[in-house]
Structures are given as C-alpha cells and as structure tokens.
Design a protein. Structure first.
Length: 318
C-alpha cells in the first residue's frame, strides 16, 4: 500500500471512529428520553479497499412500539375518567360517612320514623325538615357536578381535537422531511424518531396504527379501518362547540331518527364517534355520551322515588 493510500485509510478510520463515538454519545445522553431509539453507524467495505461510513440506522422493536402505544392510550383513557369521576364520587360521599347520600337518606328515614310517632312535636318536625334539606342539597350538588363534568368533557374534547390535528400536521411535515432526506441518499434517523414520537403522542388521544410503506413513508390507520390523511396544511378532525344540557344526547342520524343534539367527532365527512373508544378522546366521548348521562339518570330516578314516597305520606315536594 502506498503512503498516500495508508494515510487515506487511516483518515477514513478516524472519521468512522469519530462518527461512531458521536452517535454512541447521543445514545447515552438520550437513554432516558421517551421514544428515542438506539442508533448504529454502518461501516461498508469498498471494492478497491478501505471502508466508508454508511447510513445511521435505528434499532426499533415494532412489537414493543405497538405495546407502548396501547399502554399510553389505556393510561390516558384511565386518567381522563379518573379526573372526571373522582370529584363526583367525593360528592356522593364515602360509604358509611355521615355526609354520604346513603347516610343522609338513612338519617331522613329515621327522622320520618320519629315524626310519625310524634307528628305534633315541633322538634321532630324541625329535624325532619333539616334532614330533608341536607339530602336535597347533596343531590343538587351531585346533579350540578354531573352537568359540569359533561360540559367539561365536551370542551376538553374540542381542545384535544385541536391537539390531534396539530400532531397529524407535524407527522405530515416530518414525513415530507424524511422523503427529502432520502433524496439525498438515506433517511434521517433522527427525523424518523421525531415522527415516531409524534405518533406515540397521537396514540394517547385515540387509537392509531402506523403501517410502514415504501421509502420510509407511513400510513396511519384508525379503528374501523379509516386512513388518516397526512397533510401539513389540513386538519382532519373536527367537533362542533356545544352547550350540554341534561337533555343533550348523541345519536347518529338514521333513516327513521334524526341526529342527536350533541355534535359528533368527525374525520373529514365521516362520523367516527362510535369508533373512538381508546385514548383520552375515547374517554371524553364515553363520559359525555354514556357514563355521565347514566349517572344523571340514576339521580333522576332516586329523586323521583323519594318524591313518590313523600307524596304517599301527603307531603308533596313538587
């Protein structure tokens, strides 16, 4: 080997070592960074002798990525439900506590029993009225809590739709960036990481499955098989603003029934409300359309039952 060839080989070796050291350092620095993937620098042998630096590749476990998306979606779903339901459980009161609805009903029952035995007793009358007032106040607080929670679910859904649109547009821009880097010879491994991170964030909002395509492009599939259009300038999701009342409800239009009064979650012109079950957006729709209306119905039944029993005793509440 000539002196010039030896120097060239040594220089190439030093460049490879420096590149590998830089990538290894970045791997160590980002070891605890969510969604970061370990990088490797490929080294290719040349036919005429010597070596050259190849592409920087990622070490990706597709199964673990899919599991991570599922776990993140489930965790986000549970957190949204907890934030909405825990305050209502507190208003209902802990079982056995004196201020729980069950104990307030028991206290009213006891006072009514005493009042039946001594109907002319002013003290018994006052105690009964106070017990009835305590129960009515708690039921009203819980009913208002349910109403506020439904409105909050609707308002938060609109905010999360905006966040989802922002992430989809970010993924589209990164996809374009990756295609541009491929035109220069190889895809940008770090842009691939950023795109994966955005997809992982999107999976916290609703279930999404990325399908790899040619030239490192990605297709995003929603539950039900709908393809999520990737356009850096367009927002695919939408939901109209709404004021939620106790009578509000969601229902898709049919041949015999009109649409409900609550707006659907739309993907373009497609209603995906019933298909959105996971992630925080799925939890918000479940709260708005099922969980909280069911709680309101149970309160209505309880209030109606109490009123019926009072009416049977000659005490008309309304």
């Amino acid at each position: 080997m000539s002196l010039q060839g030896a120097i060239r080989t040594a220089t190439e070796g030093l460049q490879i070592v420096a590149r590998q050291a830089a990538v290894a350092s970045r791997n160590v620095t980002n070891a605890a960074t969510p969604d970061y993937t370990v990088k490797r620098v490929a080294v290719e042998s040349l036919p005429e002798g010597g070596v050259r630096i190849g592409d920087t590749t990622r070490q990706v476990d597709a199964f673990l990525r899919a599991e991570a998306r599922s776990v993140r979606g489930q965790s986000a779903h549970a957190e949204v439900r907890e934030r909405a339901v825990v305050p209502l459980v507190a208003l209902n009161g802990s079982p056995g506590s004196a201020d729980s609805i069950g104990e307030l009903m028991a206290a009213l029952r006891d006072e009514l029993t005493g009042l039946r035995a001594r109907p002319a007793d002013v003290t018994e009358q006052g105690n009964t009225l106070r017990a009835a007032g305590n129960l009515a106040e708690r039921l009203n607080e819980l009913a208002w809590g349910v109403a506020r929670a439904r409105q909050s679910a609707q308002d938060e859904l609109a905010r999360q739709v905006a966040a989802a649109n922002g992430l989809v547009q970010q993924i589209a821009r990164l996809d374009d960036e990756i295609q541009s880097s491929r035109a220069g010879g190889s895809p940008d491994a770090y842009a691939l990481d950023r795109r994966d991170a955005a997809i992982q964030q999107l999976s916290e909002l609703l279930e999404v499955t990325p399908t790899p395509g040619a030239r490192d492009q990605v297709t995003l599939i929603l539950r039900g098989g709908h393809t999520l259009p990737l356009d850096p300038e367009k927002a695919p999701f939408s939901v109209a603003a709404a004021t939620v009342t106790p009578d509000s409800f969601y229902r898709p239009p049919t041949d015999t029934l009109p649409a409900g009064t609550l707006p659907p979650l739309m993907l373009g012109e497609i209603d995906i409300t019933s298909l959105t079950r996971d992630g925080s957006m799925g939890a918000l729709l479940e709260l708005r359309d099922a969980t909280l209306p069911r709680m309101q119905a149970e309160l209505d039944i309880l209030a109606s039952t109490l009123a019926t029993r009072f009416n049977a005793q000659g005490l008309r509440l309304y």
